[in-house]
Design a protein around this ligand. Structure first.
Ligand SMILES: Cc1cc2nc3c(=O)[nH]c(=O)nc-3n(C[C@H](O)[C@H](O)[C@H](O)COP(=O)(O)OP(=O)(O)OC[C@H]3O[C@@H](n4cnc5c(N)ncnc54)[C@H](O)[C@@H]3O)c2cc1C
Length: 402
């Protein structure tokens, strides 16, 4: 790194090149904003390759990275009840983080206004011209990046004070079966035909990639992750006892923990420093979905920077967060039966409306209707108690990539 390069002041420095950092760097560059994206060198800070799924209408900006998509979505109740729907114009899509990163890096490399560096960021602080990011390169050299604005997506160490913190934790197998077992036209979002844990809920998740290939996951919403052995046992039970896959090979696995909380994530960390991505509250508390919110937010930030009024709009609306807080608490206290709740919700509400609601695109009237189709008594009781509960810190964990 030359002295001149170190003196450069970008319009924006983006710290962390995961889902949020890559999306934001992409949209900033599209808007003609000068940007440096700094991503951790290979090592413990870099998460393992992961799968990001989301729904979207039409053709998105990252279509080249979509490895599979499904028009029909299914939920299966604990007793086998099937709720299947085509949420047109929305389509469920899967991207893999590795190809997604390569796609965005290639686009950034083609733009003179963008650069991607590999270094570990230690400190971000306001300065007279904006903010600076102090880093160390992979070969141990100090590096300071300067920007009029810094957008920081490094994961937070502890969740913010909250009333409820559940973890969405899971392990998935990419399987190849000896015989065709899957319908690649339909994805199973929640399959509750699995033994339920004492607290919270559990479900299977099946994303078919071909008649003989799929990502099959076992997921829990509960307070603590399982051991890898316990996930493996649950996956064996699900693939053999429920899906009856016959002989199959596990080609690779993915595991993760996503916090689901009603804590408030500050989006501002300094005069010119903003938090984005999961670290800035982009994870939808009731579902763990983050990727779509990150895309919406990135476009909005890039437009705001372009207008000269940078800021980070909230990733989720107030009403959505209030409804999620009630649901999280109702699940955590056991006042609602999770498998029944989700199966009934998908049966009673058109899938397209429900997915639009989860993307923050529903009207207040539609949200009222969604509220009425939940177990009204336990939900109202929970809503009534929430204002009297303080948000507290707990030692429970942040998102872990493995
Ligand atoms: C296994 C897994 C699967 C998921 N699947 C889905 C899904 O299907 N759909 C969905 O909507 N959400 C999903 N999520 C939730 C969420 O979308 C992801 O966690 C997503 O990666 C969050 O994006 P992010 O940019 O906030 O964080 P990350 O993608 O984790 O990015 C943070 C980046 O910061 C970098 N970094 C960390 N420390 C430093 C440092 N000191 N200096 C420089 N760089 C640093 C890391 O290397 C990383 O690239 C999943 C989460 C996990 C764990």
């Amino acid at each position: 790194m030359t002295g001149a390069a170190q003196e450069r002041v970008d319009d924006a420095v983006v710290v962390g090149g995961g889902a949020a950092g890559l999306c934001l760097a992409h949209w900033l560059t599209e808007a003609g904003t000068g940007v440096t994206l700094v991503e951790a060198p290979d090592g413990p800070l870099r998460p393992a390759e992961r799968t990001w799924c989301y729904w979207e209408a039409g053709t998105g900006a990252f279509e080249e990275a979509v490895v599979a998509s499904w028009r029909r979505l299914r939920v299966r109740g604990p007793d086998g009840e099937v709720v299947e729907s085509d949420p047109a114009p929305l389509r469920y899509r899967m991207v893999r983080s590795g190809p997604f990163e390569r796609l965005v890096h290639a686009r950034l490399a083609a733009s003179p206004a963008a650069r991607v560096l590999r270094a570990t960021a230690h400190e971000v602080r306001d300065t007279s011209y904006g903010a600076e990011v102090r880093c160390t390169t992979a070969d141990g050299q100090p590096l300071t990046l300067r920007g009029r604005h810094v957008f920081d997506s490094r994961p937070v160490r502890r969740p913010p004070p909250h009333r409820t913190l559940l973890l969405q934790h899971f392990r998935g197998w990419f399987v190849r079966t000896d015989a065709p077992r899957f319908d690649p036209g339909v994805a199973d979002l929640m399959d509750f035909r699995v033994p339920q844990p004492g607290h919270g809920l559990a479900f299977g998740y099946v994303l078919p990639l071909a008649p003989d290939r799929a990502l099959v996951e076992y997921t829990e919403f509960s307070r603590a992750p399982l051991t890898t052995d316990a996930y493996e046992a649950a996956l064996r039970q699900y693939t053999e006892g429920v899906l009856r896959l016959g002989r199959f090979a596990v080609e690779s696995a993915e595991q993760g923990v996503i916090p689901m909380t009603d804590g408030r994530f500050p989006r501002r960390a300094g005069r010119a420093v903003f938090r984005i991505g999961a670290a800035g509250g982009a994870t939808r508390p009731a579902t763990g979905y983050t990727f779509a919110a990150v895309q919406r937010q990135s476009r909005a930030i890039a437009a705001a920077v372009h207008r000269g009024s940078p800021g980070v709009p909230p990733p989720h609306g107030r009403r959505a967060l209030a409804m999620d807080a009630v649901l999280l608490r109702a699940l955590d206290t056991g006042r609602v039966d999770g498998p029944r709740f989700f199966t009934d919700l998908f049966r009673r509400i058109p899938m397209e409306r429900l997915l639009r609601f989860l993307d923050g695109g529903s009207t207040p009237w539609e949200e009222f209707g969604i509220g009425l189709r939940t177990p009204v008594g336990p939900m109202l009781r929970t809503a009534a108690e929430l204002p009297f509960l303080a948000r507290r810190e707990t030692g429970r964990s942040e998102e872990s990539p493995r």
